[in-house]
Structure formats: structure tokens, C-alpha cells
Design a protein around this ligand. Structure first.
Ligand SMILES: Nc1nc2c(c(=O)[nH]1)N[C@H]1C(S)=C(S)[C@@H](COP(=O)(O)O)O[C@H]1N2
Ligand SMILES: [Mo]
Length: 223
């Protein structure tokens, strides 16, 4: 083979090898995966891209001046905080998922607010206090309740921020509870008062057939 022939031969082989490799890549590559969130969806839940603002009441009209956060019941130091005082409490940002018992899940919500732990430090519950009832602004009165130990998880917040903005009024602003490891009816909107009790008071949905334990991961929807 002439020198020129040899060069042509090498170039042609390289070209064919490259075409082969590119075709093999195109034929075998997987389609672009949209993110698979199925492992983060509890049984019977489907992902939604926006919250569905579900409430038994209209958005309550709470003037900024009148707004107060109250903690009372089986405690040594009952207290009331104004909005400005509440904002002085140590704050946290936590990203969590939100599961409504009607079947929708909204993933990756960046809540900003105050951990329940901070309220505990201030209020100093008595030894007999085992549960907390959350009482909301709005008519009819919405309540829900939880054992204190569920509220002490670090992702449980009294939240005033969502994704870098104030929690919108329809989603519970100015202040809502967020309890990511329970169905969303435990995440009380428009929080007004927290009452420490020795025995558990069942909340609005819990007295109407919904589970008091409300664990999304065990499909624990009905009481
Ligand atoms: N005050 C109050 N909080 C509430 C409710 C309500 O009716 N009133 N509904 C609960 C239920 S059933 C759900 S699913 C969530 C809905 O929260 P969202 O409006 O932010 O989606 O709020 C919970 N907190
Ligand atoms: Mo819900």
C-alpha cells in the first residue's frame, strides 16, 4: 500500500469507528429521566405542583396589631407574644414534604419559622403535660392535637415563611404549624394558641373519623 493509501485507510477506519460509536450511543442511551419522586410518595399519594388551600373556614381576618401567639395550660410559664416578639425567637429553615389525607403531596417546601422546642423552653410544661392542642384563628374553630414528643422533631415548625416569602394568608399566614411526618390536617393554619394538656383532646378532623395518629407512611387515614 502506498503511503497516501495508508493514510486514507487510517482516516476512513477512524471515521467509521466514530460513526459506529455515535450510533451505538444514540441507540442505547436512555430517554432523559424526569425526576423520579416515587420513593418520596407515601402509599396512595400523588405529587402535585401547588398546594391546594383546603380549610373549613374562610381566611380569617387578623389585623397585625391584634395578632398574638398564646401558650397556656399545664405549664409553669404561660405567655402571650406579639408578632414582633414572636419574630425575635430563634428561627430555622427546614425543607420538607407535605401530605394531605385527600391524596396529594407537595414536595420540597422550604418553611421558615420557630421550632416547637423554642416554645417548650419558654413555657416550661409541667411534668403531667403530655399533649398539645393547637387552636386557630377563624370560625368555625379549627383545632388539632399531638403528643409533645411528635412536636419535638426538628422539622416541626411554627412557620411564617415559605420558599423565601411570607406564608400566604390562604396557606395559613401569618403563622401556621407544619408537621411533615403527619397528614396535613395536623398542620394547623392561622395558629392562635397552644394548650398543653395531660390527656389528648381530639381535633376537628380527628372527631370526624380521621385518624388521630395520621401517619402517611402506613396509610393511616381513618380512625
Ligand atoms: N386552621 C385550619 N388549619 C388547617 C385546616 C383548616 O381547615 N383550618 N385544614 C387542614 C388540612 S385538611 C390541610 S390538607 C392543610 C392544607 O394546607 P394548605 O392550605 O397549606 O394546602 O391545612 C390543615 N390546616
Ligand atoms: Mo387535608
Amino acid at each position: 500500500m502506498s503511503r497516501r493509501g495508508a493514510i486514507k485507510y487510517v482516516l476512513a477506519s477512524a471515521f467509521l469507528a466514530a460513526v459506529g460509536a455515535i450510533s451505538a450511543y444514540i441507540l442505547t442511551r436512555k430517554p432523559e429521566k424526569s425526576q423520579d419522586h416515587s420513593a418520596r410518595l407515601p402509599p396512595g399519594q400523588a405529587e402535585v405542583k401547588a398546594f391546594q388551600a383546603l380549610s373549613i373556614s374562610q381566611v380569617p381576618d387578623i389585623g397585625g396589631k391584634e395578632w398574638a401567639f398564646e401558650a397556656y395550660g399545664e405549664v409553669d410559664n404561660p405567655f402571650t407574644l406579639s408578632w414582633d416578639q414572636f419574630l425575635q425567637l430563634p428561627k430555622t429553615i427546614d425543607v420538607s414534604d407535605f401530605h394531605c389525607v385527600t391524596g396529594w403531596t407537595k414536595l420540597d417546601n422550604a418553611w421558615e419559622g420557630v421550632q416547637f422546642e423554642e416554645i417548650m423552653k419558654l413555657v416550661r410544661p409541667r411534668a403531667n403535660a403530655k399533649y398539645v392542642t393547637i387552636e386557630c384563628y377563624g370560625t368555625p374553630l379549627y383545632t388539632t392535637s399531638l403528643p409533645i414528643e411528635d412536636l419535638l422533631r426538628e422539622d416541626v415548625l411554627f412557620a411564617y415563611g415559605l420558599d423565601g416569602k411570607p406564608v400566604p394568608p390562604g396557606l395559613g399566614g401569618p403563622l401556621r404549624l407544619v408537621v411533615p411526618h403527619k397528614y396535613a390536617y395536623k398542620s394547623a393554619k392561622w395558629v392562635r394558641r397552644v394548650k398543653f394538656t395531660e390527656t389528648q383532646e381530639l381535633g376537628f378532623w380527628e372527631t370526624r373519623g380521621y385518624s388521630n395518629t395520621a401517619d402517611p407512611w402506613t396509610n393511616d387515614r381513618y380512625g
